[in-house]
Design a protein around this ligand. Structure first.
Ligand code: FAD
Length: 593
């Protein structure tokens, strides 16, 4: 086991629990963040510069939501996704949710077998653009296997799906919200029965059990669910549409708790989606793409469990990628581009850069401890069924881009679980075990998590900055108090993600941030040693400097205002959409002096 940065966990505490990651110090937040800093450049290079990993084949438009339709009153179609702004018609078309959610860039239909044979090098005949190495993009093998955790994309015979560019369709804010989105998330959590409140008796389960430790309890819970799955399987014989997880009356005996690994994966995926939409957020009134702190605070900052699940997923995917490494990077292991040996070699080298860096932290997640008891096969079946269920739910997402990334990420986690739980380390690494779609989904999901981790860290720094400013203002507003107070560490704790309860892990610490905080502390201590008169003089000097600087800047500011207002006036006069005002008048803040 790896020692964490902050404490060395007891050997067996880590040994029993994949859950121990993040929450119990097998791999602390900071270990994972350090790993991410190391892997991310290679991972970004892989998913952004190779044709293989930047195109995804997906059936986005020919699948019906299998769980409900408009007649049931729960609407998942784009037409009834409620938009975030009431007055959407007042804002330019390009900023509206309907536009933001649309797929962009070229699309290519999956070529039939005849075309594949006739045009082995250019099976898509340039439809994705001339420079695209098509033999790196097209998926030749359509067969599914029974080890799949997610609904194979080619399940429906009617459509083989389209190839789309992931670079042209980044996962970001789309404005998809309201009842449509809510129904899907509700169904993901409810249908899989992970809401504690649904099963008030469940909390008492596990009492008196000989199993100890969170992971053992997880396994017991999943084990108990196996009985329920049998009932559902029988029901499904009569009614094929019976959900994979539904109320059977056995719930009271089923510790259907959020503790389960499955729940963490789903919640971590949800947290990652939220992170991206908050980080790459469109202000629909100004048209500016920028991080949205309010969004981050509302969805993530106050929910350390969600962030912990995100980190958990990062560890889980790191392990899956590491496990796949030897197979993918072996010379005769996997062919990425059948018709272009040089691109094939280049792609393999980039994959190797990722897998090598990802394996720099050994034993980050020990999957061999799962599904170990006599009922292993039925537990795996339960997991698979849950994942298929969630995959199918993605067809109910009413926004193309969200559906694309929702499908890709469920497929990515499905592939990770398949790699972790279905493949033995002894499996012959020569056997081509994974489909192209699965590999693309796996590495892109890993890249999503990687950028989520980075965005969360940046958000945390921003919150710290905000808190620091607020504190400074507060202190400067009350000078009498300020001079008398003997300073402790005069900053808000920068650990915006409190360690989960019972955890030995402190929240992450960025060395640069730490240095900045130390400098801040020194400055603050120095500040407190000054007398009141000295402080007043210092402030007056600052004020004079501020006024002089304002006079110098005034011509430029005035010119900016006049030209912006003139443009707005002309736009108004010509009947064009009027730019939002880009200046305001306000009093200077104390910290600006
Ligand atoms: C599959 C899918 C993909 C999407 N992709 C995008 C996208 O790319 N861009 C975009 O702008 N919008 C996307 N959306 C919509 C987005 O996720 C939200 O649903 C939407 O922004 C409305 O947010 P909300 O504040 O109502 O809460 P939601 O995010 O809809 O959450 C609903 C409820 O779930 C619970 N919850 C929230 N987060 C977690 C968590 N991490 N773990 C456990 N419980 C949680 C909370 O109780 C919350 O009230 C997607 C939706 C779905 C279903």
């Amino acid at each position: 086991q790896i020692p964490s940065d902050n404490s060395t966990p007891p050997q067996d505490a880590c040994a029993i629990s994949p859950k121990a990651i993040v929450s119990d110090a097998c791999a602390s937040y900071s270990t994972l963040e350090r790993l991410n800093r190391n892997v991310k450049p290679a991972l970004d290079e892989l998913v952004q510069t190779t044709d293989f990993f930047s195109h995804y084949r997906v059936n986005l438009f020919h699948k019906k939501c299998p769980f409900w339709d408009d007649e049931n009153g729960i609407c998942g179609n784009v037409a009834c996704a409620v938009e975030t702004l009431d007055n959407e018609e007042d804002i330019p078309l390009v900023w509206r949710a309907k536009e933001l959610g649309k797929l962009e860039g070229p699309r290519a239909r999956h070529p039939g077998k005849v075309v594949q044979k006739r045009e082995p090098v250019r099976p898509l005949q340039g439809s994705l653009g001339e420079g695209v190495g098509e033999s790196c993009v097209v998926e030749y093998d359509d067969e599914c296997d029974e080890r799949d955790y997610c609904v194979p994309e080619d399940e429906s015979a009617s459509s083989k799906g389209d190839y789309v560019s992931l670079l042209r369709n980044p996962e970001r804010f789309t404005g998809y919200a309201g009842d449509g989105a809510k129904s899907v998330w509700d169904a993901v959590y409810r249908e899989n029965c992970f809401q504690k409140s649904s099963f008030p008796n469940s909390a008492s389960l596990g009492m008196g059990t000989s199993l100890k430790g969170p992971a053992a309890m997880d396994f017991k819970a999943v084990l108990d669910a196996a009985g329920r799955q049998q009932v559902l399987a029988q029901q499904r014989e009569h009614n094929p549409l019976t959900p994979f997880v539904a109320n059977t009356g056995l719930e009271a005996e089923d510790e259907c708790l959020e503790k389960r690994v499955f729940y963490r994966v789903i919640s971590g995926m949800h947290a990652s989606i939220s992170t991206h939409l908050c980080w790459d957020f469109l202000n629909q009134t100004t048209g500016k793409w920028q991080p949205n702190m309010k969004c981050y605070k509302a969805r993530l900052h106050g929910f350390p469990d969600r962030i912990s699940n995100l980190y958990f997923n990062y560890a889980l995917l790191t392990r899956a990628i590491t496990k796949l490494g030897p197979y993918l990077t072996k010379q005769q292991g996997y062919t990425f581009c059948t018709g272009d040996p040089s691109q094939d070699a280049e792609t393999r080298a980039k994959v190797m850069a990722v897998t090598e860096k990802a394996s720099s932290v050994p034993q980050i997640f020990d999957e061999s401890l799962m599904f170990k008891n006599g009922e292993g096969p039925s537990l795996k079946e339960d997991f698979r069924n849950r994942f298929r269920n969630v995959s199918r739910l993605m067809d109910c997402v009413g926004c193309d881009k969200c559906r694309l990334w929702g499908k890709l990420q469920t497929a990515g986690y499905g592939t990770a679980l398949k790699v972790l739980f279905e493949f033995d380390n002894n499996d012959d690494p020569q056997v081509p075990v994974l489909k192209r779609t699965e590999l693309v989904a796996l590495f892109n999901t890993y890249a999503r998590l990687s950028s989520s981790l980075t965005a969360i860290q940046k958000f945390r720094t921003m919150v710290d900055g905000e808190n620091g400013n607020a504190k400074l203002e507060e202190e400067q507003d009350t000078p009498a108090q300020q001079i008398n107070v003997v300073s402790g560490r005069g900053r808000t704790p920068h650990a915006a993600v409190p360690a989960p309860s019972g955890s030995a892990v402190a929240a992450p610490e960025d060395p640069a941030l730490e240095k900045k905080h130390n400098d801040d502390d020194k400055e603050e201590q120095h500040h407190h040693r000054k007398s009141g008169a000295e402080l007043e003089v210092e402030r007056i000097i600052k004020l004079i400097k501020f006024i002089l600087a304002s006079w110098v800047k005034f011509p430029m500011v005035a010119w900016g205002i006049i030209s912006s207002e003139t443009t707005r006036l002309v736009q108004f006069y010509l009947g064009l959409p009027v730019n939002p005002r880009n200046w305001t008048m306000r009093m200077p803040r104390v910290d600006e002096l």
